[in-house]
Ligand binder design. Structure first.
Ligand code: SF4
Length: 178
């Protein structure tokens, strides 16, 4: 049996969900024997690969780069998990939504409260454009599973991965997964 190809993806979130993933401690060592981590902010891999089995997606879709990444993830991944409350509901990342357009947060931050260089960054090669509204992941792409929590506790992440890896073994034995 080949290793299960796993990715973790960081969209509009605080990285706390990834920190909780790392809190799985010794289970990470067991996991290392079962999976191949093919893409993650904790690994230096620049391009999202094809043929990913499972992706844990942290964070909401807040800007044009997030939008591009999540569409690529969907195209190249069998099972997408909406990982943490920002991915599942928008949560903290979506707190700007009730204020209206992105300008309502950009102007106070970069112009009204700035002491120097009063200007909203607009070099799109460096700073992606904010979407009009922050969206939960399932509002942009279909997802297979939801793993809520802010962040999801490490034991819950472990239980979900154990279940998924078990299902994966069944697939290898002839049953379709996902
Ligand atoms: Fe951070 Fe909580 Fe959002 Fe995870 S769900 S990215 S821990 S704010």
């Amino acid at each position: 049996m080949g290793l299960v190809k796993v990715a973790t993806v960081w969209l509009g979130g605080c990285s706390g969900c990834h920190m909780s993933f790392l809190d799985m401690d010794e289970f990470l060592i067991e996991l290392a024997g079962l999976i191949e981590l093919v893409y993650s902010p904790i690994a230096d891999i620049k391009e999202y690969p094809h043929g990913v089995d499972v992706a844990l997606v942290e964070g909401a879709v807040a800007n044009t780069e997030n939008l591009h990444v999540i569409r690529t993830v969907r195209e190249r991944t069998r099972t997408v998990i909406s990982f943490g409350d920002c991915a599942v509901t928008g949560n903290v990342t979506a707190m700007r939504n009730p204020l209206g357009s992105p300008l309502e947060v950009l102007e106070p931050a970069y112009i009204e409260l700035a002491d120097v260089n009063r200007r909203i960054p607009d070099d799109r090669a460096i700073v992606p454009e904010l979407l009009e509204r922050v969206l939960p992941v399932h509002a942009v792409i279909p997802v297979e599973y939801y793993l809520p929590g802010c962040p999801p506790p490490a034991p819950r992440i472990r239980a979900a991965l154990e279940k998924l890896l078990g299902l994966k073994k069944e697939e290898v034995e002839g049953q379709r997964f996902g």
